[in-house]
Design a protein around this ligand. Structure first.
Ligand code: FES
Ligand code: FES
Length: 154
């Protein structure tokens, strides 16, 4: 099966069997290993990327389902010169991470929320992130980071 899509602004063509997952494509074919695999069963959110601007869990989506789509991974958020996205800066400044395993998924989910709902309250941020689990349990600072990132994205 051949699938064309755009990943972090670059057109790519992938040859892969029909059962290939999006997360396998990103990590194993394109070597974009910032997208993590935690549970592999659509529960932890570590594999979250954006498809056409909306956060999805890439362990739960077949490559074939996103043919022709624009995919953004954590590697595609920063500027070409390395300047971090405002949400990445906010996570750094607010200490919104500990081990960092959940962080790429948290950041992608947060960016997606802020694009759709820039004025989200702390409660709405918590609700939106309920599909992203942090095993270090640093949720307080994650919410603070999303609030700061949202303000910077406005
Ligand atoms: S690895 Fe996809 S939700 Fe956990
Ligand atoms: S920072 Fe360690 S899992 Fe979230």
């Amino acid at each position: 099966m051949q699938v064309q899509l755009t990943v972090n602004g670059k057109p790519v063509t992938i040859d892969a069997p029909p059962h290939t997952l999006l997360v396998q494509t990103l990590r194993e074919k394109l070597r974009l290993t910032g997208t993590h695999v935690g549970c592999d069963t659509a529960q932890c959110g570590a594999c979250t990327v954006m498809v056409n601007g909306r956060a999805i869990k890439s362990c739960n989506v077949l490559l074939a389902q996103v043919a022709g789509s624009e995919i953004t991974t954590i590697e595609g958020l920063a500027e070409a010169d390395g300047t971090m996205h405002p949400m990445q800066t906010a996570f750094k400044e607010c200490h919104g991470l500990q081990c960092g395993f959940c962080t790429p998924g948290m950041v992608m989910s947060a960016v997606s929320l802020c694009k759709q709902h820039p004025g989200a309250s702390a409660g709405e941020i918590r609700e939106h992130l309920e599909g992203n689990l942090c095993r270090c349990t640093g949720y307080q600072n994650i919410v603070k980071a999303v609030q700061q990132g949202a303000a910077a994205m406005k």
